[in-house]
Design a protein around this ligand. Structure first.
Ligand SMILES: [Fe+2]
Length: 437
């Protein structure tokens, strides 16, 4: 059952979170800042884009008759599919001023509020026009998270810590900056046995809550017994890999991963500053919290797992989708009740903050890269309002991520969410390891 009050509250919450996130910009010039890798638009695009998406989708669904600003609704719709991120021909465009974008956003807010007030208090599903509103809210939530990563990749000089955005986890205040090998403690890796069992992948179309196209369908799989790392891989644990020459030994890396590492000239993770002395959070640099989960891309995650194999009794790898779901079943609801997600904090948190759990951070804190390439489940069908949401990513170049991060809200914190990114992309994503018993 959906009702207009709940939907309006969700809309207002997502909208104000975007506003709070962008209040981090120090000057108007910061709106034109973009990451060094040049694979994403400047921030201005994303401030306009989430608003334009409401207008374009509500219009396509027939909930509103006309748009507000045809030029904006074309300019900020281009690249609307964030999976087309390597097509950056539009980066040569000039972008409207902050006040022009904000004026437009005010009009969109009023328009969407009116559309929500017309919703009847009744059940609807993905065949009803009202689904477009849920889709646009969830789309905004995705961009809140991905924009927070984008900001993390852009020089600090552009930002100030925003007043109304969640603060860093309190452990940031007590974070050590000394090197692990100089005696700073960090959670020692532990393996936890998980029994085998059948798992169901895929969300039923009978569920009334919003889901993206790739979440629906059905697949029954059997997960063989496995052992899983109790903790997400911490910065301290990852440092062992770095200091053991992990970034200079190609034998740990896939060919694609080694090529990426050399192209980007990397010798440590993206958000490590001064070789690991500090960590870049979204808006600050803090002394390195060695017990927080490392943030890595898929190539780094795989290289780390291969390095661990060298000193382990069995081959070590990342999780599969089936194993992730099996792990969730074994840990049960506590996995969710203690999770670091839903923007309770504006950062990662120690991987061992609740050692009473059999497995920590089953969900939340940082996304977990999976061994699986992103593929549809049986019964997949694209949604008519957003046919390009998943389909372009079923290309073998996108890797599955599960579990959500501290910045995930809404559907991304749910059990059916199936996220994907290219293997070289950074998100608030890290590493959980698996091996056969
Ligand atoms: Fe988008």
């Amino acid at each position: 059952m959906h009702n207009p009050t709940t939907i309006f509250n969700d809309f207002r919450s997502a909208w104000s979170t975007t506003e709070n996130l962008f209040s981090a910009l120090k000057t108007e010039d910061s709106l034109l800042a973009a990451p060094e890798h040049g694979l994403r638009h400047p921030l201005a695009f994303y401030l306009g884009h989430v608003a334009v998406f409401y207008v374009n989708k509500l219009r396509a669904a027939g909930l509103i008759r006309e748009g507000i600003h045809p030029l904006f609704e074309e300019l900020f719709a281009i690249g609307v599919d964030e999976h087309s991120w390597d097509d950056m021909t539009k980066n040569s465009r000039s972008w409207p001023s902050l006040s022009a974008i904000n004026d437009y956003r005010e009009e969109v807010y009023a328009l969407v509020s009116q559309a929500i007030s017309r919703i009847e208090d009744a059940a609807f599903d993905d065949t009803n026009p009202e689904w477009a509103i849920l889709m646009a809210i969830e789309h905004e939530r995705i961009h809140i998270e991905t924009t927070s990563v984008l900001m993390r990749e852009i020089p600090l000089v552009n930002f100030r810590a925003p007043e109304n955005f969640p603060t860093l986890h309190p452990s940031s205040k007590a974070a050590p900056s000394l090197h692990p090998k100089a005696g700073v403690d960090y959670p020692k890796p532990e393996w936890v046995a998980v029994s085998g069992g059948e798992v169901r992948l895929g969300k039923s179309r009978n569920c009334s809550s919003f889901g993206w196209d790739c979440e629906y369908g059905e697949a029954w799989r059997f997960a063989e017994p496995f052992e899983v790392s109790k903790y997400l891989v911490s910065n301290g644990e990852f440092y062992e890999f770095v200091s053991d020459g992990g970034y200079t030994d190609d034998s740990y890396w896939t060919d694609e991963g080694a090529a990426w590492r050399k192209f980007r000239n990397r010798n440590s993770p993206q958000f490590w500053v001064d070789g690991g002395r500090k960590l870049r959070t979204c808006f600050e640099e803090i002394p390195m919290p060695w017990s927080w989960p490392v943030i890595a891309n898929f190539h780094e995650a795989k290289a780390f797992a291969n390095w661990r194999t060298k000193n382990d009794s069995a081959p070590v790898r990342l999780m599969t989708e089936s194993e992730h779901h099996r792990m969730r079943t074994v840990v049960g609801p506590r996995a969710v009740s203690t999770a670091n997600f839903d923007l309770r904090f504006g950062s990662e948190a120690p991987v061992d903050r609740d050692t009473s759990l059999p497995i920590c951070d089953v969900v939340g804190n940082v996304w977990q890269w999976c061994e699986d390439i992103f593929l549809p489940l049986t019964g997949f069908r694209p949604h008519s309002l957003y046919p390009d949401y998943s389909t372009p990513s079923f290309d073998g170049k996108h890797q599955l991520l599960l579990g959500g991060s501290f910045a995930s809200t809404g559907d991304a914190t749910g059990p059916w969410n199936r996220n994907n990114f290219r293997r070289h992309f950074y998100q608030h994503a890290g590493i959980r390891l698996v091996r056969k018993p």
